[in-house]
Design a protein around this ligand. Structure first.
Ligand code: 5GP
Ligand code: MN
Length: 335
């Protein structure tokens, strides 16, 4: 990491009594919550007295075990408090997203805030309207990048077990349990260090991935047996869920997470997609193999973005129309 970036971050963190508000992206995943709570824990332990973490909306219960989870302010539920902490912040730290648009209803309040704004993130094409941008697209996760920041701000012995657990959760979720985005010795060196600190990798794996409700497990089975569509000529497979499908399985936040990855496990499939019907839009998750650029697909056609092999977006037409458009689109591409 560039020393000047760390020097600038250090300078911005000089005052331990300033109001520091951290914000993560909407529909927060393990990397967003892990980075938010990892940084929150570290700052609290270092004696910063006014630190807060805001998530724009609620998130899956399999992330609720993280140390400090009860401190997260969900803006959807505590709007006044969240807006107060954004407008009154001295320092606004944006974690795991590359532009204010990723914070849903917090976008305008964040733009309007007079706070000094810092981005720590690993998505391509970061927006430049921040006072400090620490952005590395080659790292596995924001949690990995945050680890590098923390050890440069103090030293590696200043990372406690609760902080290490949060960072580990961020790395493990953003790499699909070390299966993509981490073909880099440095990720494993950091993970080794987190294990030395005391992280129990197998335990965290169970907390995140082996806590399915029966409904969630049956929903997965239904998706794979009844809802999977394969478009062989386009090397594409997709799954769609209507609102009534979701109701049938008593859908809870996070229940559909990870399902898209199964579609990419089919031999010769290069692009997988998952469409989930919401109240006023269709949520789209894309996964790709190799050089196929899911980020570009999400940006060009689905009002979204992300990484090359994992991206997402939205469609504002009906589920049926969205699926028809998607099929036509992939049949026209030469994967
Ligand atoms: P997921 O499919 O797990 O929801 O998201 C996969 C990746 O795509 C994540 O890195 C996430 O940040 C990104 N992503 C998901 N939805 C959106 C979106 O609506 N806009 C943008 N820019 N990125 C998204
Ligand atoms: Mn991330």
């Amino acid at each position: 990491m560039e020393p000047t970036l760390i020097d600038r971050l250090k300078k911005l963190l000089e005052d331990k009594n300033q109001l520091i508000t951290m914000v993560v992206h909407a529909n927060p995943d393990g990397d967003a919550i892990g980075s938010g709570l990892g940084f929150y824990g570290w700052l609290s332990e270092q004696g910063y007295s006014r630190v807060h973490v805001i998530a724009p909306n609620s998130y899956a219960s399999f992330l609720h075990w993280m140390p400090g989870n009860d401190q997260v302010i969900v803006a959807d539920e505590k709007e006044t408090r969240a807006l107060e902490l954004i407008s009154g912040a001295d320092l606004l730290v944006c974690l795991d997203f590359n532009g204010m648009g990723r914070t849903a209803d917090l976008e305008e309040p964040m733009r309007a805030s007079k706070a000094t704004k810092v981005m720590i993130d690993h998505h391509p094409d970061p927006e430049s309207n921040f006072d400090l941008v620490i952005s590395e697209t080659g790292v596995s996760s924001t949690a990995e990048l945050l680890y590098e920041c923390l050890v440069n701000l103090s030293d590696k012995d200043a990372i406690s077990l609760p902080v290490a657990q949060c960072l580990y959760a961020g790395i493990v979720t953003d790499t699909g349990s070390f299966s993509y985005g981490c073909n880099n010795p440095r990720t494993y060196e950091i993970v080794a260090r987190l294990i030395e600190i005391g992280v129990d990798g197998a335990h965290i794996q169970r907390l995140i991935y082996s806590t399915y409700s029966e409904d969630r497990m049956r929903l997965l089975g239904y998706c794979l047996s009844e809802k999977l569509q394969v478009v062989s000529e386009a090397k594409t497979a997709y799954i769609s869920l209507s609102e009534s499908d979701l109701q049938r399985f008593n859908h809870q936040e996070g229940d559909t997470e990870g399902i898209v990855n199964y579609a990419l496990n089919i031999e010769n499939i290069r692009l997988a997609a998952m469409f989930t019907e919401k109240e006023d839009h269709v949520k789209i998750s894309l996964r790709s193999a190799g050089d196929l650029d899911a980020n570009k697909l999400a940006r060009d056609h689905f009002n979204g973005g992300g990484h090359k092999n994992a991206a997402g977006g939205r469609s504002y037409t009906s589920l049926t129309e969205t699926l028809a458009n998607f099929e036509a689109l992939v049949k026209n591409e030469s994967f």
